[in-house]
Design a protein around this ligand. Structure first.
Ligand SMILES: NC(=O)c1ccc[n+]([C@@H]2O[C@H](COP(=O)([O-])OP(=O)(O)OC[C@H]3O[C@@H](n4cnc5c(N)ncnc54)[C@H](OP(=O)(O)O)[C@@H]3O)[C@@H](O)[C@H]2O)c1
Length: 294
């Protein structure tokens, strides 16, 4: 491995990508980020010190220049319909450009027949990468703590409630800050090729237990409201989410892997790779209490 790999991060303006970029820079990597909006990307503090180039990851043909001279890639496909083909074309482009190591954001629970769009497109993407001839590493995190900021802030602020279709299933969620740090280790240290890393936080919590943690952090009682998958889908639509987002979140959490308790196990992978325990949900809640309170 070169002392300073040249790394392209596709998705570097996003949640795990920006964390990975910050840690890659600290580790001495040369980092290029491709973004649809390079002007905005250059203003992001986590990206200071990177080369930012223009490109739209939903149109792989716009990424050709970004791949030039790159040793390694961290690829974060956003959760969007129709990304099977986009992902396949991007992997092929990377291999043609001579990329040596392709690190793909995937997900725990990937399977060809999962009802969730993203769990099945990640499964297909993993197959694409493994067949590409490049060295590969799959990053398979459990559900992100940061989804609270995406899905639950309004109901926490207005009703002191979180809604989900999980029943009493436990989920070993984790923090995107830890995912980004793991990605930087994988890209800058040897020995991570041909590995699929299942990443979890330090504990598998039920949603009532997560509500208790949020109650403690916010200093007021938070209630968990358990919904069926269909009810959750209707709840998301009623709160303004597009239909496809509602279907995806109801499917991923309420119709397959997660509701069946698929992510109720804890792995030691984050601690093995970082040499410290992963952040807990209590850490996340304390760090974001002001944002959640509004
Ligand atoms: N949320 C979870 O609990 C969870 C758990 C496991 C795995 N995952 C996986 O993690 C990934 C999401 O990770 P993330 O939160 O780090 O990514 P993200 O922030 O959602 O998106 C990554 C990048 O995609 C680009 N992008 C967004 N919308 C786009 C569009 N319409 N067309 C083209 N590019 C677009 C953006 O880059 P620019 O705007 O700069 O171009 C963005 O920085 C998904 O693959 C998901 O399946 C999520």
């Amino acid at each position: 491995m070169t002392a300073q790999p040249r790394v392209l991060v596709i998705g570097g303006t996003g949640g795990t990508g920006s964390e990975a970029v910050a840690h890659l820079l600290r580790r001495g990597a040369q980092v290029r980020v491709v973004s649809r909006d390079p002007e905005r990307a250059r203003t992001l503090p986590a990206l200071a010190g990177t080369e930012v180039v223009a490109g739209d990851s939903s149109r792989p043909e716009t990424l050709a220049a970004a791949f030039q001279g790159v040793d390694k890639v961290y690829y974060v496909p956003p959760t969007l319909p129709g990304w099977d083909e986009v992902q396949s074309a991007t992997v092929a482009l990377a291999a043609d450009a001579g990329v040596r190591h392709f690190v793909k954001m995937s997900a725990i629970g990937v399977a060809a027949d999962e009802p969730s769009m993203s769990l099945s497109f990640h499964w297909k993407g993993e197959q694409d990468v493994e067949r590409s001839g490049m060295a590969w590493t799959h990053i398979r995190p459990s559900s992100f703590f940061q989804n609270v900021l995406l899905l639950d802030v309004a109901s926490l602020q207005n009703e002191n409630r979180i809604y989900a279709p999980l029943g009493d299933a436990r989920v070993a969620k984790l923090d995107t800050r830890d995912i980004g740090e793991v990605v930087a280790v994988v890209l800058t240290e040897p020995g991570h090729e041909k590995r699929a890393y299942e990443l979890t936080g330090p504990a598998a919590l039920s949603y009532p237990e997560m509500a208790d943690v949020l109650s403690e952090a916010l200093g007021r009682r938070i209630e968990y409201v358990d919904l069926t998958a269909d009810e959750y889908e209707a709840h998301l639509v009623a709160t303004g989410w597009p239909e496809w987002v509602a279907v995806e979140f109801a499917s991923i959490y309420g119709r397959g892997f997660y509701r069946a308790g698929g992510s109720s196990f804890v792995t030691t992978t984050v601690e093995d790779l970082l040499g410290r325990a992963p952040r807990s949900f209590a850490d996340f809640a304390a760090d974001h209490a002001d944002v959640i309170r509004g």
